[in-house]
Write a protein that binds this ligand. Sequence first.
Ligand code: ZN
Length: 1149
Amino acid sequence: MSVNQQAHTGPPYGQPQPGYQGYQQPAYRGQPGVPQSQYGAYNGPMPGYQQPAPPQGYFPSLGFPSKGSPVSLNSDTSLPPNSIGSLRTPPASGAPPPASGASVPSGHVAYSQLGHGDVQNGIPTSAAPVQRPPASQPFLPGSAHTPVSQTSTFQQYGPPPASVQQLINHVAGMTVGSTTVSAPPPAGLGYGAPTSVPPASGSFSATGSGLYTPYTASQGPPPSSVSEGLPLAQPPFPGQLISTQRLPTQVPGFAPPPSTGIGPSYPPTAGVPRPPTMTGPPLPGQTLAGPPTSQPNHVSSPPPPPSTMSGPHHGPPISGLHGPPPPTHPPQPGYQMQQNGSFGQVRGPQPNYGGAYPGAPNYGSQPGPPPPPKRLDPDSIPSPIQVIEDDRTNRGSEPFVTGVRGQVPPLVTTNFLVKDQGNASPRYIRCTSYNIPCTSDMAKQSQVPLAAVIKPLATLPPEENLPYLVDHGESGPVRCNRCKAYMCPFMQFIEGGRRFQCCFCSCVTEVPPHYFQHLDHTGKRVDFYDRPELSLGSYEFLATVDYCKNNKFPSPPAFIFMIDVSYNAVKSGLVRLICEELKSLLDYLPREGNMEESAIRVGFVTYNKVLHFYNVKSSLAQPQMMVVSDVADMFVPLLDGFLVNVNESRTVIVSLLDQIPEMFADTRETETVFAPVIQAGLEALKAAECAGKLFIFHTSLPIAEAPGKLKNRDDRKLVNTDKEKTLFQPQTSFYNNLAKDCVAQGCCVDLFLFPNQYLDVATLGVVTYQTGGSIYKYAYFQLETDQDRFLNDLRRDVQKEVGFDAVMRVRTSTGIRATDFFGAFYMSNTTDVEMAGLDCDKTITVEFKHDDKLSEDSGALLQCALLYTSCAGQRRLRIHNLSLNCCTQLADLYRNCETDTLINYLAKYAYRGVLSSPVKAVRDALISQCAQILACYRKNCASPSSAGQLILPECMKLLPVYLNCVLKSDVLQPGPEVTTDDRAYIRQLVTSMDVAETNVFFYPRLLPLTKADVDSDSLPAAIRNSEERLSKGDIYLLENGLNIFVWVGVNVQQGLLQNLFGVSSFSHISNTLTTLPVLENPFSKKVRSIVDMLQMQRSRYMKLIIVKQEDKLEMLFRHFLVEDKSLSGGASYVDFLCHMHKEIRQLLS
Ligand SMILES: [Zn+2]
């Protein structure tokens, strides 16, 4: 029984992924199957590091090869148009008589049906309140409407002068030795320099441990806000030891206008006393070198006059924050450029930098002059852009090697390769902290949630190996006798290799004879490197029949396409579009490995108030329609001929898809059913005894008389009331029960919605959500503007890697256990996450709690085991292992956190909370928890300092800005333009997002297109999401994973407009464009290539919206400038930071 033995029915590992990578790149994973002998190579040297090719995922199709042979349409088709009323029309030939519900094979109790309780995911049955204590001082969103609280810096700051850089170097030199550099061990290979192409995934996470710079609290600064670490690109703060020598340094151009800032003019927010930090005199470093601009706040309600926009850049916009760090001082790569979470005052180099936690030098001993009144300078507060850039610089050039326990990976915004040496890749698992408190008391004290964001079937870049498939034959995988954990690198072999001790529960288990192997002198099995399950963090086992429902190997899954053919769908051209697309798309169903054709069978249903099933059996000359109008008791009127092999039935299928648009062209039917559609698909899969996926294309609220009929209960007046939660809850429990049945069968439901009005996403989405499906929404669908987006989404959705009938369990070593789960799934007990389908984009966030003490020696282990059926019907187990450190010092927790993952967890927690608690309570709880997290750090990890200082942990210095983005998001604080359906939709999307997706969703990426280098492949450096960063002479792109905005300033040069839009003036730009015109010039090509690149990086095709400055669409665009105050009342970053500071101070006092 060798690892190297290929799976008896499966393809070799290392094989190409099924063709979901795109039509044009069938060979994306197309290296031929790695022969067995190559397995050993996984441990060998990595191939030279190369920049991953841009097409990380989906390649938008430019058209399918037309494989379907043209079929002439029979005008006298046997398909009666819209033959409503032909109840249970018997099949014309040879098909079995209409089946009744009883004909469905009974007695097939799925294992996942057993013990189905009423524990439900997503829609809690109990209205459990949010458990977190509400903030003692509610942060009233309304208060943010105050017109002047937003700082208005209109200058664009130039790069830091050379003197600052010298200072930086000086500081770095002084602090060598105090910087913890624990970067992954170099692989010993020369890796090419990374290009500056942005990472495929778009988010950032906390800086890695390797970058962590210990610091202590600064002391003695004026009673204004401070953090540890100094923004080095800024003038020094006189109170700092190190900075004294730099006191005279004035950074040219660094002269924020004080007038409208948070200084004295900061209005009291709803009775909340202003933090004292706001009242201080200006900092010494902030001499007013420039005339204060008195423009009103840019988010004040009426669109500001042009003059309020930030003017042309006085130099490269914040370019000083983007420059690569000096190549010197390798021990602190890139540290020099970091803003170490300090804000509120312009300071010199890290005051705390030189000291370890307890040993802060006498920084505070040199009190500076009394600080003059000040305002918070946006450039001095932690910048997401800077953190992302620093991480790219520092960690993007070497692979992340997973051999070391508790290593914090690079940020998700950093492009890096992963080398699996015993822990799962961060592409599969990311944690909020890689160092877990040893005791629950510590964990509670810190309030840092312990959570893992798991993406079990994540897509890997081509340079990385897919998990190897291990086949132990009939005996199946080796497991612990007691806790059933799977063999993994952390198991300890003892007694000469005859037994092993479980790393999770300590139980000792006999090694099965076929698995016995001798140990070497270090106690390691001599076949260690030959077995993925002993040496790798991620791998797969071929499951035996014991892991299958009913002890029977599964059949290949089926896809059923279910098309709404009511009036709206037909009239908009949607039906024709779908049918045309399917003709070619069916050739791109997921395949396993080197299989020539997909094993997936397909079926077709159309519906309005009744359902039409189609017999597309290959022996038929023409498809046959069977109408079921008794939707109250759904059944499938045919078995044979409904689910077919595409190639065998191609002619009939093409004929059907040609005919459907014609058949319903004149329909007058406007009403639809919905639940019976799902039931029909479910029954069809039951009858075929297989798992599968329903692709439902639906347009309206299902008001026709049928089970699951809905009423329009939208009521925006409920927003901001205690009943607001009802908007997120389904209006009937019918769909929860239906979802349960679907999960039991492995029936996953993907939903494409095309509403022209409210259709109750909160209810329609329940089945999708609980079956692990995906939901897409195209409001006011118009063929011309939306078809590209829809078709790209559909293609990717149909092609992407997906597993069926999945069950996931997360095991942990003694001391912690998984207690809570977030994502699109169903749970029938407290441990098993069930998903009818699980695709490569779906993420499950798992929270852990202590149930015992942990030890620093043994650390903490996670093992995620996913049992699923592959697209070829093979039953497999995918195992991901991760080892974490444990700590007795809170400081270790805080220096190994990952803020992006933390935000992913917090957002999901909050988005679930709105189902049961008032939205305001959810927001307050979030603020309170984060204040406690930061206060705990301040109290326990930072050295004593003035209470006026805000001190943020280095790894969490972006927590306030990101948290504010979550609080301002449409679910938690909707603007007037956000519909109830939008909110329900977003809520559902976010729940399955990975860390990269939540990152860019909450803090969008903003790129100055006019700064792009048309001769390079790189993207222009991103800038912060604030209007004051925009210049009216430039063009910007903003993306958040769902939308792309192209914002055009009023003063953009005519030549640029001509090149990009093909128009001669600003006023001629059409804001109804949804694509950029294809023009043959370098700028146009460059911008379009950037858009294409971004589209490929995201799991959904983003809608492109052109926004002209001062146009009405600009309101929409501003919603995404998340550092600014929002029209819906969301606080600006600066204001929110002040608020957080106040919360923290209250906790500390
Ligand atoms: Zn065990």
